[in-house]
Design a protein around this ligand. Structure first.
Ligand SMILES: [Zn+2]
Length: 380
């Protein structure tokens, strides 16, 4: 009961950024006595703080006491482990980035080699945070999926073979002593938008991340959806070429096989995506044709995504996205001619908010989400 009530209070404070006790009584339905006690506990625990706000000016100014998340004490670490690079952010409880770092994943090292490197970074960061008088609430991690959520390990991630079955969550917790949660990197990317970015306040959105692979994260009514096998929103594996080449997922002709960076380069016959873009700009016929096909696949995939998930917006990100950004308006227009006429003006494509830190930012949101839904458990 207590956990449920505190959770309701935190949810409303997050939703409004700042809110008065009177407004909280109205929105949570708690008695003012209970609300006063619980908010007092949360202030003592340094999760929220109160401050005076003055509206109006001069003697007519009205003072109100508002409650907001406390940015001063707790810290959250968000880590994204990609196939070629990693990103790490340290944030406060409002999602403000205090520190960030990035580097190569060095895929050849495999998980043990990578953990040796990142484990040291995390231990140093933890020491630094404690020395400054703060406390780390948790570590959220985004990784290429699929994920076995029960054991906190990766299941045969395509192009990331050595991580198959690696018990990442367990290794991170025992190495750093920080409570850790792992999530598919497309879902962390979607969470970054729904917690801190474009989709605040319970929106329906699909995040599509395009790079070495193509992933999708679906937010429905503000909640992440995982499905029966954790495969919900795996948009990169929609079939787009019936007789296409074999994909690592076992299917043939997945969007990922033709629309990811390796898929595009294979079709073009080159090895560098930057070179392809130069060739497109120089008007080279083979490069132009490859780009036209890439945009056609993208258009078809996005129409399928729109029809399947009916989102208010589709957010695009990942390492490939900056190269496709110049075509965003054109693709949106082309999509409009392919969907239900009454809904065509509601198609909205948006670039991601946090660039390379997208998934790491979203990884902090899984810790924040745990705090808000299970506050008594997380703070004990
Ligand atoms: Zn596939």
């Amino acid at each position: 009961m207590k956990q449920h009530n505190i959770s309701a209070i935190l949810k409303h404070i997050w939703k409004h950024d700042q809110i008065s006790r009177i407004e909280l009584v109205e929105s949570t339905g708690l008695t003012s006595g209970t609300l006063t006690n619980l908010t007092h506990e949360l202030i003592e625990a340094k999760v929220i703080r109160e401050y005076q706000s003055v509206s109006g000016t001069g003697t007519a100014g009205r003072k109100r006491v508002l409650l907001a998340f406390d940015p001063h004490y707790y810290r959250i670490i968000g880590l994204d482990i990609g196939r070629s690079s990693y990103e790490l952010v340290l944030t406060d409880l409002t999602g403000k980035i205090i520190k960030s770092m990035s580097g190569n994943t060095k895929a050849a090292l495999g998980p043990e080699g990578f953990m040796g490197m990142i484990g040291t970074n995390l231990e140093e960061l933890k020491k630094e945070v404690i020395a400054a008088g703060h406390k780390i609430l948790g570590l959220g991690v985004g990784v290429p999926g699929p994920i076995d959520y029960a054991s906190g390990s990766l299941i045969a991630p395509p192009n990331f073979e050595r991580w198959d079955g690696y018990p990442l969550q367990q290794v991170l917790e025992s190495r750093t002593g920080i409570p850790s949660l792992i999530e598919d990197d497309a879902r962390t990317s979607a969470l970054a938008e729904s917690w801190y970015g474009l989709g605040r306040n319970g929106m329906n959105l699909v995040f599509v991340t395009m790079g070495i692979g193509i992933g999708g994260g679906v937010i429905s009514g503000g909640e992440i959806v995982r499905g029966a096998n954790g495969l919900y929103g795996q948009v990169g594996h929609m079939t787009i070429e019936p007789n296409g080449i074999r994909c690592e997922c076992g299917n043939r002709g997945c969007w990922e096989t033709v629309g990811s960076i390796p898929g595009i380069l294979r079709r073009w016959g080159g090895s560098d995506i930057g070179e392809l873009m130069h060739a497109v700009r120089d008007g080279k016929a083979d490069a132009r044709q490859c780009m036209d096909e890439t945009l056609q696949y993208l258009e078809m995939a996005l129409v399928n995504i729109f029809n399947m998930y009916d989102p208010e917006m589709i957010v695009l990100g990942g390492r490939l996205y900056p190269y496709l950004n110049p075509y965003l308006t054109e693709i949106q227009e082309r999509m409009r001619s392919r969907i239900y006429a009454f809904a065509k003006d509601r198609v909205l494509l948006q670039p991601s908010t946090f660039g390379p830190s997208q998934s790491a930012m979203g990884a902090t949101a899984i810790v924040l989400d745990a705090l808000i839904s299970r506050p008594v458990e997380i703070l004990s």
